[in-house]
Design a protein around this ligand. Structure first.
Ligand code: MEV
Length: 321
């Protein structure tokens, strides 16, 4: 049996982060930086995992120990295997290698992409047909088993790819038929902790439910309204929505001076709009610019200490390579 090679894309949140955790819609695009998983059977009842990007080298896990605690970098792959074995009542030793085209520091969703790739690779190896929705459901369960919370938008982007209008748990999942979005991505150099940021927003929701609900309703309007402007390629309007969304994110205190510096620099250089993307607290910001001003915006972000990450949006979802 040959190695099965599968890859899934990373993601960038365009509109609706945090609000999506509370049942509001978001818009997410898959990016062409991929996470790959190669799987083959192993003769012994052992899983051997190599994941160099998270410092896992020749980790050996006996099948009977699959449900025990594992090193941080191995958790998502091993939980995905465990959930797959339980669901389909199979059990076999495996050799698994992972490879990433992007750093887990960027907030591109490496955990979700590796989980989706693992589930898809197992379905091919064990010859079990799974629909995209089934891959999503089992991957989302895996992410929740480990993280305890999250809307699953990153799992949806890794599974379906493209640009999605998404509601938590896959309740609504609309694929937007649009072309590449002219995004500029700036990395702050700071790793954000999503769970800490989600908890801080949760506390604000408990303390001031009316204020936060109003912000989430406004974010919902942006996600809903923006759809038609994506179709029209009206980047000016999309940029305006990005600025509006960023204002709301400031009000829930998830932006930081570093993010603001890069956002301000891009607006000053002529971007139609800019905002943080994801949980906030660090990671990446995105700006929208076209043709002649892209270079200027990138230079401006770099002059403020940001690192430009070249991405294409609307990347293909999980696939066999
Ligand atoms: C994190 O990238 C985005 C959040 O909305 C969390 C989630 O949707 O799971 C803050």
């Amino acid at each position: 049996m040959f190695m099965i090679n599968v890859s899934a894309p990373g993601k960038l949140m365009l509109f609706g982060e945090h609000a999506v955790v509370y049942g509001k819609p978001c818009i997410v695009t898959a990016v062409d930086h991929r996470m790959s998983v190669s799987i083959n059977y192993n003769e012994d009842d052992i899983i051997i995992l190599n994941a160099p990007e998270v410092n896992i080298k020749d980790l050996k896990v006996n099948l009977k120990d699959l449900k025990k605690e594992h090193p941080k970098g191995a958790k998502f792959v091993l939980k995905a295997v465990d959930n797959f074995f339980d669901k389909y009542n199979v059990n076999k030793g495996l050799k698994i290698n992972t490879k990433s085209e992007f750093s887990s520091l960027f907030g591109f969703g490496s955990s979700s992409a590796v989980t989706v790739s693992t589930i898809k690779a197992l379905s091919i190896l064990f010859n079990i047909a799974m629909t995209k929705k089934e891959i999503f459901d089992l991957s989302y369960k895996t992410v929740l088993d480990i993280q305890g919370s999250g809307s699953g938008f990153d799992v949806a982007a890794a599974t379906w790819g493209g640009t999605l209008y998404y509601v938590k748990g896959g309740k609504i999942m609309e694929e937007l038929e649009i072309d590449n979005i002219p995004l500029i991505v700036g990395y702050t150099g700071i790793k954000a902790d999503t769970v800490t940021l989600m908890n801080s927003v949760k506390k604000q929701m408990e303390d001031e439910p009316e204020r936060i609900s109003k912000i989430y309703n406004d974010m919902e309007k942006i996600a809903d309204e923006s759809k038609k402007y994506f179709y029209k390629k009206d980047w000016k309007m999309i940029g305006k929505f990005m600025n509006d969304n960023q204002n709301l994110l400031r009000q829930i205190k998830v932006s930081t001076p570093e993010l603001e510096r890069l956002i301000g620099a891009s607006i000053k250089a002529g971007a139609y709009g800019a905002k943080l993307s994801g949980a906030g607290g660090g990671d990446c910001m995105i700006a929208l610019g076209i043709n002649d001003n892209i270079n200027k915006i990138e230079k401006s972000i770099e002059s403020m200490g940001g690192k430009i990450i070249q991405v294409n949006s609307n990347a293909e979802g999980v696939r066999c390579d």
